[in-house]
Design a protein around this ligand. Structure first.
Ligand SMILES: Cc1cc2nc3c(=O)[nH]c(=O)nc-3n(C[C@H](O)[C@H](O)[C@H](O)COP(=O)(O)OP(=O)(O)OC[C@H]3O[C@@H](n4cnc5c(N)ncnc54)[C@H](O)[C@@H]3O)c2cc1C
Length: 167
């Protein structure tokens, strides 16, 4: 049986797993994910910041989806290194996971503008559910914020709308 390992459980990783299952009914598929959540809708993270959605409500694939597709989903599993000679992956639980086929679908991380003079816990970026929950809690109890956001997020306008006490 071919063992396919996918690193990353974002849209790329999860939908690749679905396609592999469609084309290889017998394959063993393992998804390794640093995050604690099953696949969720990143484009809906702003709803958590607004307080109009909860982490549960933006989940796309429940744990049952992985089970019914016979996908071994391992959350909170951080890949530390890949040995391509022995085709083995080392993860943070000290497990060594062998693979026949490997897909690296680790996405990207937001660029953090290097700012001096501000405590790191005052600066937020939004990539994950945990980021959105932290920012939502902070926005509730804050009076001023400075935003640096991509055009399509238009966070500045939206945060004014959601958190009317926020300048
Ligand atoms: C707030 C926000 C709003 C967005 N809105 C839109 C939109 O409206 N329309 C649109 O088209 N796109 C939008 N995007 C972009 C879209 O979400 C990304 O293009 C998409 O998430 C990329 O998917 P991906 O699977 O390649 O990577 P990611 O979603 O980044 O997933 C990669 C996963 O791999 C995990 N990972 C990384 N390294 C490791 C490791 N070493 N071990 C284990 N796991 C690891 C990460 O934790 C992550 O969970 C938005 C993104 C954000 C953050």
């Amino acid at each position: 049986m071919v063992q396919c390992v996918i690193i990353g459980n974002g849209a790329a990783g999860a939908y690749a797993a679905q396609q592999i299952r469609l084309h290889a009914a017998d394959a063993k598929i393992i998804i390794l994910s640093r995050e604690p959540y099953t696949l969720y809708a990143r484009p809906r993270l702003h709803e958590i910041i607004a307080g109009t959605a909860t982490p549960d409500s933006i989940i796309i694939h429940t744990p049952e989806w992985y089970k019914s597709n016979n996908i071994d989903f391992r959350a909170k599993t951080d890949v530390l290194s890949i040995d391509t000679e022995t085709k083995t992956i080392v993860v943070n639980t000290n497990d060594r996971i062998p693979y026949d086929k490997l897909l690296i679908a680790t996405g990207s991380v937001p660029f953090r503008i290097p700012l001096s003079g501000s405590a790191d816990d005052m600066i937020y970026s939004i990539k994950t559910i945990d980021d959105a929950v932290r920012l939502q809690e902070r926005a509730e109890n804050s009076h001023t914020a400075v935003l640096s956001a991509g055009d399509y997020l238009d966070l500045k306008r939206q945060m004014h709308y959601w958190h009317t006490n926020l300048q």
